[in-house]
Design a binder for this molecule. Sequence first.
Ligand code: ASP
Length: 571
Amino acid sequence: MSEGTAAKQDSKLEGSGEQGSSGSGKKGMPLYTKILLGMAVGVVLGLLIGPNSSLLPKTGAALSSKAVVYQTSSTEADKLQTLAMGVKEASIVEEIPAEGEKPGLLKVEWKLTPAMLLKQKAKKVKGAEEAEAGSVISGWVKDQPEQVQRYAPLGRGLIDWTEWIGRLFLALIKMVVVPLVFFSLVVGVASLGDFRKLGRLGGRTIGFFTGTTVVALVFGVGLANIIQPGHLLSAEDRALLLSSYEEGAGGAVANAADAPSFVDQLISIVPTNPIGALAKGEMLQVIFFALMLGIALTFLKDGRSKLVVDLFDRLNEAMVMLVHIAMKLAPFGVAALLFKVVGSTGISVLFALAVYGVVVLLGLGLHMVITYGLVVKFGAKLPFLGFIGAIKEAMLVAFSTSSSSATLPVTKECCESNLKVSPEVSSFVLPLGATVNMDGTALYQGVAAIFIAQIYGMDLTLADQATIVGSATLASVGAAGVPGAGMITLALVLTAIGVPTEGLALVLGVDRLLDMFRTATNVVGDSTATAFMARLEGEKIGIVTDAEDMSNPELGFEGRLDGGPHSVDPD
Ligand code: ASP
């Protein structure tokens, strides 16, 4: 596999001389700088004008499911309570400030929507039968975070208006994922010709994925035992976390209950309908079918596979161009995505979960620097900082989107264009990694499981800790590369050690934020595996510097679209 690849790489490099001189000098800011700027803008706007900003008037109220709403401000006998169920968009119309021990009171008003009313009628809520959809209801609620979360309606409105930009960017890169994986993998396998190599690559890759995941868990479980974040949470914070996030966690638990068993998952890798698998984006099935099709093509005699392989190869090149086109929108997309995440995260929750969050981040940092650092340096034989520089676009996109699947096209482009890994290796290792190799997720699940157990006052034996390592390895394999997936399969880990799954509510508040870091770790893990596997296959990998990238449109992210569109017929 390495010969053809090396030839391809060499021809790329040769071409760089001429294009280099003409292409350099006129380039503006590199793409990753623009993405970083976009991220900074998103974070700053989220803090300044997001729904939780202290600069904007917080006249909106989201009532928690346990909120008690009174008809008047003076008596507690006339509760409206249940008609307030599920009200997330009420307006604060009057306010009585707190006095000493007595909490403040807020008069909130909301429109009873038909959907809300239906739900309330179904639950036989008192007063629901007489109530009319569209009518405006008002009542008083204690101004306490476990009863009501205040927000700035303007900030919420701004997020609603700008959200489409992030979603459009995500949709554009996600659009490329399935065809890119499919075409590149078929071409990769078909041009291998030697299945011993494929078997060896597969075996090593899976071994490496499993090994690093277990190491990540050892870091997570070890740190959680040493720092014991659960014992540092106050009783008040615990009540706050449980009350404000119960509903969300309930959903997560219900989803986890639907998750198929490990054996079922293994069998379902073989698609009974490959077109259906492609259409639904079932990644493991797509990988399996592409591998089998690639193998089958190599059995065709007299060069009869050439037509298909060439066609798929061109389609694959076109997909790469699509990635570059989508990445033009990246700076704006990440700004919108971060604006939403930062703007919607409650500050009170951040404080309550600070120690837990720090343990997760510390674990991710250690795993990144120690485990990946050592593998990159001694396994892939590359300088670690240079390696991180080469995959920075993928890290930034992973961080902003919290989805290693959506980031896959960018990761692949980084590994091939910036690290000179052959498409044969990257098209096998990366899609598999984006689907099953989630070290960041596993590490976070280890910390979260111990944190929750500590809050529930449970003593975990050594056997329990081993169960966490085993079940979180499987749970991270089962987690899809999409935002929040690790949180859903965390329920499986909790069940394995007998911790109530409602405990998920305790960590839900910072999940989206931590997801950004663990997804970036997942993507670095996949890229590390790819570079290491390429080196083991004897490939000449190396780091493309920013200067090389800027001067040669064939390398890196800069200038790929500079030549403009070309006609189909070169004459
Ligand atoms: N968002 C993660 C990923 O895509 C999965 C998770 O931990 O939730 O890699």
